[in-house]
Design a protein around this ligand. Structure first.
Ligand SMILES: Nc1ncnc2c1ncn2[C@@H]1O[C@H](COP(=O)(O)OP(=O)(O)O)[C@@H](O)[C@H]1O
Length: 202
């Protein structure tokens, strides 16, 4: 189990908001992501406070309906592509980043980017984005063969865990004949290339 989350006063209003807007089981997941992100930050030398904030704020819009996600994305100036328009749930990460800024005054660019990247990823993920992407996969309540593959990869390096997470997502989407958002392909290719020897790097 990950160690205790950082206990600071800024968490109180966020927790109160989450209790009103997400079911109890999702709050358990969010707290697991917060604790796991802090643990990964400790292990890989990233800022613990930023990791905790990204974890606690990452799923603010998780339970918004499709119309609300589309209207919030428009209001926040988030570009909406064709795949996101057909599957608005894919906007919840970007919308959560906008709400983290608006409702809770989060202004750190790396925290906001990590929140926005936690589902689809992107190329060139900084260490905080990698930590949140992996923490969302492997927090303690996550179960499944795919999760175990990502957990095992995370024992080696953050980038190999990002690579495994993106690959498991792509495999699942192909298995279920669903559209693949290209940001996950960018994530997978970036992680794969960055793991290659410098002389052979793509
Ligand atoms: N690149 C993608 N293209 C299409 N759907 C995706 C992509 N990445 C993730 N998804 C889907 O988005 C949904 C939500 O993902 P996620 O936010 O990680 O959910 P959760 O935190 O509940 O696991 C999942 O059904 C997942 O398959």
């Amino acid at each position: 189990m990950p160690g205790p989350a950082l206990k600071t006063t800024w968490r109180t209003p966020v927790l109160a908001w989450l209790e009103q807007h997400v079911p109890a089981r999702r709050l358990t997941h969010i707290l697991g992501v917060e604790a796991t992100a802090i643990e990964l930050a400790q292990r890989w030398g990233a800022d613990l406070d930023r990791a905790g904030r990204a974890g606690l704020l990452h799923d603010l819009a998780k339970y918004f309906g499709p119309e609300q996600l589309l209207s919030e994305a428009e209001r926040l100036g988030i570009p909406i592509d064709a795949i996101q328009r057909s599957t608005p749930h894919l906007l919840h990460a970007d919308v959560s980043a906008g709400l983290a800024r608006e409702l809770f005054g989060e202004t750190d660019p790396s925290v906001l980017a990590a929140i926005a990247n936690h589902t689809l990823g992107n190329s060139d993920l900084d260490i905080l984005s990698q930590i949140l992407y992996v923490a969302d996969w492997i927090e303690p309540t996550r179960r499944g063969e795919d999760v175990e593959i990502v957990r095992k990869a995370a024992m080696g390096s953050l980038r190999s865990a990002v690579l495994s997470g993106a690959e498991q997502t792509i495999l699942e989407l192909i298995h279920n004949r669903r559209l693949i958002h290209p940001r996950t392909l960018l994530t997978r290719n970036w992680a794969l290339c960055s793991l290659q020897e410098p002389s052979q790097r793509c």
